[in-house]
Design a protein around this ligand. Sequence first.
Ligand SMILES: [Zn+2]
Length: 53
Amino acid sequence: MGKFPEAENRILRNIFICRKCKSKIRTTNMRVLAKKVSCRKCNGKSFKPMRKK
Ligand SMILES: [Zn+2]
């Protein structure tokens, strides 16, 4: 559990979910937008940010 809400938020923002296989990838927003990220499992290139419940 994060002690600092801001830090936790920042960590969550850097986690993305693969749209194909739903696996979590930790990377930065910038890299996702630049399409430099590929999924480890399915090699997919589309991700959505993980949302906080
Ligand atoms: Zn995938």
